[in-house]
Design a protein around this ligand. Structure first.
Ligand code: KMH
Ligand code: ZN
Length: 270
């Protein structure tokens, strides 16, 4: 089995400082959280940014500063969000791609997202893919429901995504595919043989989905974007969530990928 790539989803768009004091919000805090997650064993930092009031933002300058703060501290692979927050426009969401980070997320379908709608019409998905291609940014397909896999593969057929294919299955968003073992197996079964995948379980599903990912030969995403709890009644830090996955994986004889090893597994240059 390949070494395990751990993604730390450090910030997200929905969790607030009121929910947990551990949420990194400023560029410096995001840089620090990425370095701690790297130290704990993460190879990829999936990041969003927040404005001065802590509200979700896709502002390019804020991303530039957050990326600088991360780069000062470590060599973790930086994956920016193009999902942003529900209600943002496509152009707003695309801003960080122009900074040419190694990776960016690409959601390939519309899904109800709690009380809102995470809108991703076909023409916009294609536009996102084209901009990423022009900027040399590797997409990670964000899959919130099963039909999104076929939408992603359509982009590949059209030549809008080339090279290695990597998917992130997000299970347990209210409105998306529920976090069950059967659903994860079904999702994995839809992928082309050469593709790689990560699993991200939301809320209390984070840990069981991660363990399944380790066993099935996939990769794992944890972090405060998806889950703020270490266990019932105990808030987590990003690094604690990563460190727990490292311990479990090692017990199961699955080695942990460094950023360099993850770059090779994902076909990233550099
Ligand atoms: N905040 C969600 C609406 C991504 O980062 O690409 C979308 C999201 C996905 O978080
Ligand atoms: Zn995200």
């Amino acid at each position: 089995m390949d070494k395990l790539i751990i993604t730390a989803a450090l910030v997200g768009a929905e969790v607030t400082r009121e929910d947990t004091p551990h949420l990194p919000v400023t560029p410096e805090e995001i840089g620090e959280a990425a370095a701690e997650a790297r130290e704990a064993g993460a190879a990829i930092a999936h990041i969003h940014v927040r404005d001065a009031e802590g509200k979700p933002s896709q502002d390019r300058e804020l991303y530039r500063r957050a990326i600088e703060e991360i780069r000062k501290r470590c060599d973790i692979i930086i994956q920016v969000s193009t999902g942003g927050a529900v209600g943002m426009t496509a152009e707003e969401r695309l801003q960080p791609v122009a900074l040419r980070p190694e990776m960016a997320t690409l959601t390939t379908g519309t899904v109800n997202f709690g009380d809102g709608v995470f809108l991703n019409p076909p023409q916009e998905i294609e536009h996102f893919a084209k901009v990423m291609q022009e900027c040399g940014v590797r997409p990670e397909f964000e899959i919130f429901d099963v039909g999104m896999i076929q939408n992603a593969l359509r982009l590949v057929k059209k030549g809008l995504v080339t090279g290695h294919l990597h998917f992130d299955f997000v299970l347990g968003v209210p409105g998306g595919i529920p976090a069950t073992a059967q659903n994860l197996l079904h999702l994995v079964g839809q992928l082309p043989e050469e593709a790689t995948w990560t699993v991200a379980g939301v809320g209390r599903a984070q840990l069981p989905m991660a363990v399944l990912g380790i066993v099935l030969g996939g990769h794992v995403r944890v972090g405060l974007e998806d889950n703020i709890w270490y266990r019932k009644g105990q808030l987590a830090t990003n690094a604690q969530l990563v460190a727990r996955i490292v311990r479990i994986a090692r017990e199961m004889d699955r080695d942990i990928a460094t950023p360099g090893e993850a770059r090779r597994l994902l076909g990233l240059s550099g």
